[in-house]
Design a protein around this ligand. Sequence first.
Ligand SMILES: [Fe+2]
Ligand SMILES: [Fe+2]
Length: 244
Amino acid sequence: MTILIDQPHFGVEVQEKKVPIDEKELSLDGGFLVPQTNSFGHTFRDYDAEGERQEGVENFYRINHINQTYDFVKKMREEYGKLNRVEMSIWECCELLNDVVDESDPDLDEPQIEHLLQTAEAIRKDYPDEDWLHLTGLIHDLGKVLNLPSFGGLPQWAVVGDTFPVGCAFDESIVHHKYFKENPDYSNPAFNTEYGVYSEGCGLDNVMMSWGHDDYMYLVAKENKTTLPSAALFIIRYHSFYGK
Ligand SMILES: [Fe+2]
Ligand SMILES: [Fe+2]
């Protein structure tokens, strides 16, 4: 998959018209080889593999799929968009994240802070000159603090896991799709058609995604007027979205 996004803006006016079109694209899969195992020797996100965590992961998605409704997401976005919880530095937040366990990830037994640093360093290796991308990797999961009491102590199903659009039919490619049958939106004619409350070509910006750490960190960055480029906000907002 190649994602087309705005070119990061570095505060210097370049001669826009002379930039060849392909330099305006950030090809996120350009030459990147997907490794079979992580640095701890474990395989990645195999939701069907037999394993100690598999049952817990499936149960996590059952509760997640039942509860992530259009109205719930709307309420959460309004509430957390106020940013009236806690003020802290990025590094303080990284350390705080170590108190959070991600029950949705079949692989991740390592502390969260390891994951943040590994992500940032791996990106630095592949894209040494894109410092904004290193920082984006470092902060991409900070929204998981939603799970902690000072941020409202949201349950795991409202913090982690793959994300998907709400307000339209749940796509069959979403992991453990069968559990959506118990979601009230599944049988609501306003929400259960291909486009639901949206119109064709309305743009991803106008689509509400299931609520969790991605959307929360996006709101935090945006409302605090981050100087990160729009590509960084895109990555933060959709990094758990595995759409087809
Ligand atoms: Fe994440
Ligand atoms: Fe992550």
